[in-house]
Ligand binder design. Structure first.
Ligand SMILES: O=P(O)(O)OC[C@H]1O[C@H](O[C@H]2O[C@H](CO)[C@@H](O)[C@H](O)[C@H]2O)[C@H](O)[C@@H](O)[C@@H]1O
Length: 376
């Protein structure tokens, strides 16, 4: 469906009061302990659904102010008024316990298996900041990732363009899957004859025919959104990000409409939502989950029981990878989030600092258990 269409519909939403600042008392659950139920105030709101196009056979794509407001994956809402915010949080933590608290269980699962590490970038290795151009990771985090890669094959799987994320991470020994997995590259000098030091071989680009189209759409989006203060369009090579983190909320729907007006000419593109970002990408059956499977195959673990893939990510697009691991019944996802979210991940970590701590503990554990023998 290609016509732009704005539908205003009535909906009921829950207004959830912010949690009180209660000191953390439980080592099992890093969230505040339960407190008296504040109850939920129900209020009516109007959701403006903006049709921003859609690909053939995939139906229309709608973006609502509500969905733009929510960071990703979708925040969990209490299903009934009886469930309090804290009940909700505790029950979520029981289902997705901290990977730090469950560290022994996690390394226990890796017995006799090779851990393969998959890491999202923004919000996982680097904290979320207003300007995507300066989302640097710390030197300490780089050190932790470098150490992890000494023991376990490690890939960065990002919505960013591969070269840009490589520029941030600066570790040549890793695999990189940029543009939501649509641009995959192996480490320098480590994947047999396909790769020689200094010349990075491209392993896979499943959307190469979309390069020109994406560039065209990028330019059109820059033009269409330039009058909206704070809007930023980022060319991620095989996809485009339209950022609204710095746009006044009153103008979010207007921005989505502008995106829709560009996309109506491109039925082969689709839109996904990340953290205060609309991501325009080819509607091919390829995502971070497919990239993860491709990388496992490339590593020689296609049908192997001898691998424990661990995927750490914070974003809605990382859910595709979490789902793949659940469906394979192999390895697990770790969601980076301070708040309960709808997720297929098995464990959680609150923020990039905890991701770093988890990576360091893995390295320390591996060093002790192998008496310092690094991966060859
Ligand atoms: O898959 P990722 O590596 O998580 O990439 C997803 C998007 O990340 C970046 O945007 C996000 O981080 C920015 C910097 O902290 C932040 O300003 C923005 O609001 C976030 O959405 C990146 O700039 C996008 O292109 C990626 O699609």
């Amino acid at each position: 469906m290609t016509t732009q269409n704005v539908v205003v519909q009535e909906a009921v939403t829950m207004a959830v009061p912010p949690p009180a600042a209660v000191p953390n008392s439980s080592p099992m659950f890093p969230y505040p302990p339960p407190r008296a139920s504040p109850g939920y105030a129900r209020k009516k709101s109007f959701l403006k659904m903006v049709d921003i196009g859609g690909a053939p056979n995939s139906g229309r794509i709608f973006v609502s102010l509500e969905s733009m407001r929510a960071s990703s994956p979708t925040h969990l809402k209490a299903p009934t008024a009886l469930l309090t915010d804290d009940d909700d949080r505790l029950s979520w933590m029981r289902d997705h316990p901290s990977a730090l608290n469950m560290f022994e269980e996690i390394v226990g699962m890796s017995k006799g298996k090779q851990i393969a590490m998959f890491l999202d970038y923004d919000g996982t290795l680097s904290p979320i900041v207003d300007d995507p151009e300066v989302a640097f990771m710390s030197e300490a985090m780089r050190e932790a990732v470098r150490d992890v890669a000494q023991y376990f094959p490690t890939a960065i799987v990002s919505g960013r363009c591969k070269d840009k994320v490589f520029g941030f991470v600066q570790l040549a020994e890793l695999y990189y899957a940029g543009s939501h997995g649509m641009d995959i590259q192996g480490p320098e000098a480590s994947i047999g004859s396909k790769c020689t030091r200094g010349s990075k071989s491209v392993l896979f680009q499943p959307a190469s025919e979309f390069l020109l189209m994406i560039d065209e759409v990028y330019k059109a989006l820059v033009e269409k959104t330039k009058a909206i203060p704070g809007a930023k369009v980022e060319n991620n090579r095989f996809c485009v990000s339209v950022h609204f983190r710095c746009v006044d909320e009153k103008r979010w729907v207007g921005l989505a409409e502008q995106v829709g007006s560009v996309l109506k000419g491109y039925p082969k593109l689709r839109v996904t939502q990340g953290r205060k970002v609309l991501e325009i990408r080819p509607s091919i059956k390829w995502d971070k989950g497919k990239a993860l499977e491709f990388l496992l195959d490339s590593l020689g673990f296609a049908d192997s029981e001898d691998v424990l893939p661990v995927y750490i990510g914070d974003d809605r697009t990382d859910e595709d990878a979490f789902k793949v691991l659940r469906e394979r019944g192999q390895g697990f996802g770790i969601l980076v989030s301070k708040i309960p979210k709808d997720t297929s991940a098995s464990y959680s970590l609150r923020e990039p600092l905890e991701v770093m701590e988890f990576l360091k503990r893995l390295v320390d554990w591996k060093r002790v258990s192998t008496k310092g023998r690094a991966r060859v």
